[in-house]
Design a protein around this ligand. Structure first.
Ligand code: AMP
Length: 222
């Protein structure tokens, strides 16, 4: 089952994708995480992506598409994947459809998780991330036991460079502009499902699973 989570920055795609991965037992691919790893490891791709990411802009299609398809078509994702952050543009969506079709696969569902901008800005600017294991915290809603330190590994918590108020606003605007054609594409293909991203994390997961129920029942019946 190949699933796509579409949603603005801060809506909780990463958290929900990790929960879906556990429940559905398929890997989770976050292009944002993958790109950040390239940046921190100083690879050529990381160097090319870093300037765009710092500004809150999208990384050019050809760089992201090659990186993402390499993972999606690799053995760990052969039985399906929860996509988080890819595709983000029509060109990426087209490349994904073509690549999946060439391997006898197709997108099972595109889940559009959404919340109001003011909620998203509050979530983004209060978010703190562990520099060691990548765990995510929030100044209001998920405080670490020791201020500024990760509960799991003790590393210092940092604010992502693109979670500052100004960059977060840019990212939301970029997201809205870029995803409209994507939503139209998946609506037309009959795979788009709208899911409310407000409220309790567990409730949101249940809404996502409910949206997927027709597909999970289908695959367990085969
Ligand atoms: P995210 O963690 O998904 O919010 O992604 C962080 C940043 O990585 C984005 O603001 C973009 O600069 C870049 N990025 C991640 N995925 C993509 C993609 N599919 N296309 C272009 N840029 C991306």
């Amino acid at each position: 089952m190949d699933l796509l989570l579409i949603g603005p920055p801060g809506v909780g795609k990463g958290t929900q994708a990790a929960r879906l991965r556990q429940t559905l037992d398929i890997p989770h691919l976050s292009t944002g995480d993958l790109l950040r790893r390239h940046v921190s490891e100083g690879t050529r791709l990381g160097a090319a992506a870093a300037t765009h990411m710092r500004r809150g802009d999208l990384v050019p299609d050809e760089l992201v598409t090659e990186m993402a398809l390499g993972q999606i078509l690799g053995p760990p994702c052969a039985a399906g994947v929860v996509l988080d952050g890819f595709p983000r543009t029509p060109a990426q969506a087209e490349a994904l459809d073509v690549a999946l079709a060439a391997h006898g696969r197709r997108l099972t569902a595109a889940l559009h998780l959404n919340a109001p901008d003011r909620t998203l800005l509050r979530r983004l600017t209060g978010r703190r991330t562990c520099g060691g294991c990548g765990d995510s915290y929030h100044l209001d809603t998920r405080k670490p036991r020791t201020p500024g330190r990760c509960d799991s590994c003790g590393h210092r918590l940092v604010q992502r460079a693109d979670d500052t108020a100004e960059t977060a606003r840019t990212r939301l605007a970029v997201h809205t502009r870029q995803t409209q054609p994507l939503l139209a594409r998946y609506r037309l293909a009959g795979v788009l499902q709208e899911v409310d991203g407000c409220g309790d994390v567990g409730d949101i997961t249940q809404r996502l699973l409910a949206a997927l129920a027709p597909h999970t029942m289908q695959s367990s019946a085969c």
